[in-house]
Design a protein. Structure first.
Length: 182
């Protein structure tokens, strides 16, 4: 086992360095407009700004399957696209008057989210969870934490065995020789 520890450490350090460099280079690139639009939508369930028309179509094409099936993002983004095309702002109360979507309910069901309707776990997830569309999902962060704990437990076990192997073991006590039988 001692031969594999330096190799394992080197592989782990290389993977960590590659991950760090990959994240920093991705952060330096300019954010595409469809990501900005999705971040705006996922922040509070509304699209608060007006974007270029191509951004709405690109955002619709980049939605994941769960959001397409279970969410109202497609309807809300199409509503915001129609508002941008016709120049109406129907996403906010007191917009520019009745527009083509004035009969549709506002995005998010018309009720602003309140802290009183959230339980402890929802508030915790909102506090530490993903803040935009490009962040790492919370279950993946939890799995990474569990994996890191398992690696640390394995290293602790290995260190304990090494320490135990280096201990000086006392010699067994010798018994006096037995007298011969007559």
């Amino acid at each position: 086992m001692p031969k594999f520890l330096p190799v394992l450490t080197a592989v782990f350090a290389a993977a960590l360095a590659a991950l760090t460099l990959g994240v920093s280079s991705a952060a330096a690139a300019p954010t595409p407009c469809w990501k900005t639009l999705l971040n705006d939508y996922f922040r509070d369930g509304r699209i608060d700004q007006t974007y270029q028309l191509k951004c709405y179509n690109q955002a619709l094409s980049h939605l994941d399957e769960d959001t397409l099936i279970y969410g109202s993002a497609v309807r809300d983004i199409k509503r915001a696209l129609a508002s941008a095309v016709f120049g109406f702002n129907t996403n906010h109360p007191g917009g520019n008057g009745p527009g083509p979507n004035s009969l549709l309910p506002p995005p998010g069901g018309g009720k602003p989210p309140t802290k009183h309707n959230e339980n402890f776990f929802q508030r915790l997830a909102n506090a530490i969870g993903p803040g935009n569309a490009t962040s790492i999902p919370l279950p993946l962060l939890i799995l990474a934490g569990i994996g890191l704990l398992l690696v640390l437990a394995a290293l602790a076990s290995y260190a304990a065995r090494r320490i135990q192997a280096r201990r000086v073991r006392p010699q067994p006590a010798t018994s006096p020789p037995t007298p011969p039988r007559k």
